[in-house]
Design a protein. Structure first.
Ligand code: G3P
Ligand code: MG
Length: 246
């Protein structure tokens, strides 16, 4: 099979632990340190604007409160999504997916776009994210990979923009993984490295798919995973795993 055509070290949630998660500041940090790829989470705000957010509520990563699905993006823009992380990042806004996508293209940062739906919004989030990604990366030299834990989100992304590559996110690799890869038309499987066995790396490759692991924060573990043949690792520790670590 073709080698993995994307960066092998991917910054988790934008800038890992060096910046507030899922912010433009994090992406700029990753780029500044020489990283070629970032992972971030896309969820729909209450008015259906795709935004960068991991949790279903505002509490942990902003100075606001309430459900993401109940908050219009114009109201989120009044919040601080960086002050919880450090004083220097106070005032950092919740980015829209449009802003994040445009920044990735501008900086030449490859993106692993995780579709992270609020419960009940799986298909809607998959469709909106895929349609927006198609426009944002139109004509770009490298397309993003859209990944999700939610099969319904991936199925909707496939229907909306079948040409965009997709990755199936799992914790452990389930027994029927190959079925799901086929049904969802995925190119890659993204699993929790703690659940991975070396024979599974071979099986995934033998079936013609790439394998990425999250969230790998120890360079010695990254070394073992690459020795097993893992194609890419997603890391929080941009200070410990260099962009050219292979
Ligand atoms: O995409 C890999 C990783 O981001 C999945 O976990 O919870 O950080 O989105 P989480
Ligand atoms: Mg994620």
């Amino acid at each position: 099979m073709k080698p993995w055509p994307y960066p092998r070290i991917i910054a988790h949630r934008g800038g890992g632990t060096l910046a507030p998660e899922n912010t433009l500041a994090g992406m700029r940090k990753a780029r500044e340190l020489g990283f070629g790829g970032v992972e971030f989470d896309v969820m729909l705000a209450g008015d259906a604007t795709p935004i960068l957010m991991h949790d279903e509520t505002l509490a942990r990563t902003t100075n606001g409160s309430g459900a993401i699905a109940d908050t219009a993006y114009r109201d989120m823009l009044k919040l601080d999504a960086g002050g919880w992380f450090s004083r220097g990042h106070a005032g950092e806004p919740v980015p829209s997916f449009d802003q994040a996508g445009r920044l990735c293209v501008e900086l030449g940062l490859w993106a692993n776009v995780e579709i992270k739906p609020s419960k009940g919004f799986e298909a809607q989030t998959g469709t909106a994210t895929a349609l927006a990604a198609r426009e944002l990366w139109r004509g770009a030299p490298v397309q993003p990979v859209l990944s999700s834990f939610q099969p319904a989100a991936l199925a909707a992304a496939k229907q909306a923009a079948p040409e965009l590559p997709r990755g199936a996110l799992t914790k452990g690799i389930p027994a029927d993984w190959e079925h799901w890869m086929q049904v969802l038309g995925c190119v890659s499987l993204h699993c929790d490295y703690r659940m991975l066995l070396p024979q599974q790396v071979r099986a995934v490759h033998d079936a013609g798919y790439w394998l990425a692991c999250w969230t790998v924060n120890d360079p010695e573990i990254a070394r073992v995973l690459f020795d097993w043949g893992v194609d890419a690792v997603i890391t929080d520790r941009l200070d410990r795993i260099a962009p050219d670590f292979t």
